[in-house]
Design a protein around this ligand. Structure first.
Ligand code: PMP
Length: 372
């Protein structure tokens, strides 16, 4: 069981709770940090250790800087791209989510920043990106992309599409930013390593901070070095809690002791097994179901064809709500948006019980779900 309450947790803090609620290794790191001072106002050893661990794992990250959230990491990365290229525009994807101030599930969201300086294309659609770059390529500082759209529906980027973004950005002199806030957990070097596409900048967050407030961005040394305050003409990047001691120690221990290659492979394999079982249960009942996502993150759509971008999602908000509320009644906590996020604390028994409950849900609400 991964929770102390009546519900088994398949939300896991929207993927940030990757190590479970009370992982003893993480708790020990935090306790030890507490005993040795939590506020220094300057660099400290935990920060260096986490930075080194991240640079070792992600081949495209030659230097890394910390901040306090994934939102902040993305805003700074986009700002750095603008400053480094001297160009104003950033191309993002309709349905993408890069934080509370960069929410492109609604490109007109009131709190979004730099609205006039954003351009948008369809995810997984190389031609559409080309169309935008033909018009705005010379003014484009960067393309920012989630290699798997998380909030937008657990839609995995096509490898060829992501590789094409690399080629197109190189051609027009723009930078390529991968938002791996969610996907970094898929392998020691993130989804970029599995796809073998090397971005200029990568943003990180969520579980890499050990479950505590976290954000980071890193990449090419020549870009990140522009923020190094010891260099003449450095661009200012600052923040009181950027190197929060508790985050740095939990993040470091988590990455080096918990998120080993074997642990990541095992949790991805559990996700694969769960995916297979859920699809079987739906197939037997002739219900339409596709499951997007990757490895330990599953994204359920009650529709026959897997969506390649958010516009192709036909599952209704009512169906999602029904799934969420009914699974809650059956003792399973999943996010409203239909994803299932495994953690290192999720057991085989948790997954088996989930499959059984899901079969009950399909039987009870068959009339509200499309035929497969
Ligand atoms: N990028 C992605 C892909 C995310 O899913 C999220 C959070 N859901 C963020 C950025 C924002 O991170 P935070 O909530 O830490 O600001």
């Amino acid at each position: 069981m991964s929770t102390g309450t009546a519900n088994i947790d398949f939300t896991n803090d929207m993927t940030a709770g990757f190590y479970g609620h009370s992982n003893p290794v993480i708790l020990a790191a935090i306790r030890s940090a507490l005993d040795n001072g939590i506020s220094f106002g300057g660099p400290h050893a935990h920060e260096v250790a986490l930075a080194e661990a991240i640079c070792r794992r992600f081949t495209s990250i030659e230097r890394v800087r910390f901040c306090n959230s994934g939102t902040e990491a993305n805003l700074v990365a986009m700002g750095l791209a603008r400053a480094a290229t001297g160009r104003p525009l950033v191309l993002a994807f309709q349905g993408g989510y890069h934080g509370s101030l960069a929410t492109y599930t609604n490109v007109e969201a009131p709190l979004n920043v730099d609205k006039q300086q954003m351009r948008f294309a369809r995810y997984n659609d190389e031609e559409d990106v080309r169309r935008v770059l033909d018009k705005f390529g010379e003014e484009t500082a960067a393309i920012i992309v989630e290699p798997m759209m998380a909030s937008g529906g657990g839609i995995l980027g096509n490898r060829a599409f992501l590789a094409a973004l690399r080629t197109m950005t190189d051609k027009c002199g723009a930078l390529l930013i991968f938002d791996e806030v969610v996907t970094a957990r898929f392998s020691p070097g993130g989804l970029q390593d599995l796809f073998q596409v090397r971005p200029d900048l990568t943003t990180l967050g969520k579980s890499l901070g050990g479950g505590i407030t976290f954000g980071a961005f890193g990449g090419r040394a020549d870009l990140i070095d522009r923020l190094d305050p010891s260099r003449p003409g450095a661009i200012l990047h600052s923040g009181t809690f950027n190197n929060n001691v508790l985050t740095m120690s939990a993040g470091h221990i988590g990455l080096t002791e918990m998120a080993t290659i074997h642990a990541l492979q095992a949790v991805n394999a559990s996700g694969g097994k769960l995916r297979h079982s859920l699809l079987e249960v739906a197939k037997v009942r002739r219900k339409a179901l596709t499951i997007g996502g990757y490895g330990s993150i599953l994204s359920l759509h009650f529709q026959p064809a897997e969506p390649r971008n958010p516009a192709e999602i036909t599952t209704t908000p009512t169906q999602r709500k029904l799934f969420h509320l009914d699974m809650l009644l059956r003792g399973f906590y999943t996010p409203r948006r239909g994803t299932i996020n495994l953690s290192l604390a999720t057991t085989d028994e948790d997954c088996e019980a989930f499959v059984e409950a899901f079969a009950g849900f399909l039987d009870q609400f068959s009339a509200f779900l499309p035929r497969g």
